[in-house]
Design a binder for this molecule. Structure first.
Ligand SMILES: [Fe+2]
Length: 319
């Protein structure tokens, strides 16, 4: 897919800011497609992250960062990257391409060669113009996922290293754009843009979850493989009833009670491997809550489809 040419020459750090790019700039990729500005690329990655489509494609690789080009168009391309704790790009630029990237899950850090470290949390993005040099890494203790857009589509990345404060060129990576299979289209993103923000957020959350039915939840608890967590407020529990044996943790303290590293955790919250099945009244707020639990490292967290009401309608025990 790519070839590496090694070259070694001293160069000065290039810090061309995205503000330098004229709005009517024309692409250099030979097809006269208009360039996307860094701000437009930021909108593209925001929309891609909100779609939640990326979750089905993500893979994790313990050896090195995993990445896949998920869209290649005439004016820009899109990349999906996963980062396990400690994985990083090293110092690099993106050739003549402008770019933007958003953190879809977890958090990342960006380091600039002339100093400056930026922490990028979930839903936050960075954007930049051509020949922008940076090093991006996952300095957290949980996996991170990011989505990147480049215009013109990425064909070259130059890798560098810092020696005595000087930026030294190390290698060049070239991609063959023509071989990239187009696996998604901008139309997909347009369709998703019709949803309200909260619907997009819900779709993105559920795309990450392996949701369970009330019967599956009951069976997992009976096999002692999962803990059922009731996040409804007291007034709702009083009017609807409760599930015997379910752990009651109201939504506003959920993460603090279940994070093994929290001083306010419950005694049983000792492992990130714990499978937590969250439920609420109808199974909407629980999806967002379960995704938030995944964000703090509880990677098996999920929720119960239909919530307490589905449990009750199924005739399962409640008091
Ligand atoms: Fe980069």
């Amino acid at each position: 897919m790519f070839l590496i040419q090694t070259e070694r020459q001293a160069m000065t750090a290039d810090t061309k800011a995205f503000e330098d790019i004229p709005a009517d700039a024309v692409a250099l990729n030979g097809n006269d497609a208009p360039l996307r500005t860094p701000a437009e690329l930021a909108q593209i990655v925001e929309r891609a992250a909100a779609s939640g489509d990326w979750i089905k494609r993500v893979r994790l690789n313990t050896e090195r960062r995993w990445y896949e080009r998920i869209y290649a168009g005439p004016d820009h391309d899109l990349w999906l990257i996963s980062w396990l704790p400690g994985q990083s790009t090293g110092l690099h630029d993106h050739g003549a391409s402008s770019g933007a990237f958003i953190v879809a899950m977890g958090s990342l850090e960006e380091l600039r060669p002339q100093g400056g470290t930026f922490r990028i949390e979930r839903s936050q993005f960075r954007h930049f113009g051509p020949e922008y040099t940076h090093d991006v890494r996952n300095n957290s203790d949980a996996p991170a996922i990011s989505i990147h857009a480049y215009s013109p589509p990425l064909t070259v990345m130059n890798e560098y290293e810092l020696e005595g404060g000087e930026v030294i060129s190390r290698s060049r990576i070239q991609w063959e754009v023509s071989r990239v299979e187009q696996k998604s289209s901008p139309q997909d993103a347009e369709d998703l843009a019709d949803d309200s923000r909260i619907e997009q957020r819900l779709k993105a959350a559920r795309a990450r979850l392996t949701r369970v039915s009330p019967v599956e939840a009951r069976d997992a608890v009976e096999r002692r493989e999962a803990v059922l967590v009731d996040i409804r407020p007291a007034s709702q529990r009083a009017s609807e009833g409760v599930i015997p044996g379910a752990l009651i943790i109201e939504r506003n303290v959920l993460e603090w009670r279940l994070d093994p590293s929290s001083s306010a955790r419950l005694p049983g919250a000792r492992s990130l491997d714990l499978q937590i099945i969250v439920f609420c009244s109808q199974g909407y707020a629980s999806s967002l809550a379960a995704a938030d639990l995944q964000d703090i490292g509880l990677w098996r967290a999920t929720d119960m489809v239909g919530g307490f009401q589905a449990w009750w309608q199924r005739g399962l025990p409640s008091v």
